[in-house]
Design a protein around this ligand. Sequence first.
Ligand SMILES: [Cu+2]
Length: 161
Amino acid sequence: MTDARRAGSRGPARRVWAGARRAVAAAAILAGSTLAAAAEIVISDAFARAASPQAKSGAAFLLIRNTGAQDDRLIAAEAAIAQRVELHTHVMTGDGIMQMREVEDGFAIPAGGEHRLARGGDHVMLMGLTAPLLDGDSVPVTLIFQNAGPVAVDIPVDLSR
Ligand SMILES: [Cu+2]
């Protein structure tokens, strides 16, 4: 094989490789921007509970931090373990009784701020449980944000909290 032929056979291969490298670089940039968006919402201290293993509904509580520069909003949630998932809050009725109510607009999480879902306050309501919430299990829940989009979390069940 002559030098000229070897050079000729290497040429197209190099062009393909350069193209592949460009594609990989583009994919990395896309992946990077997706990760950056998702990383702006940070979920911590999550737990789910129900009044008992026989309960037909339960609730999930967690701390949502928005590390981004843009205000965001939790607008919905989904979970395979429940027939229906709603965003709820507690309100005090006129006669001093705490009642749960759906919050259609969801919960605002300001840029650089946080919003805690906690017992007696805002929560993710799991209605029509298709399986019992058992201590030590964890429940996959997808939180849907206006800007950040869906954020999947595995929420541990803790009946003692
Ligand atoms: Cu509720």
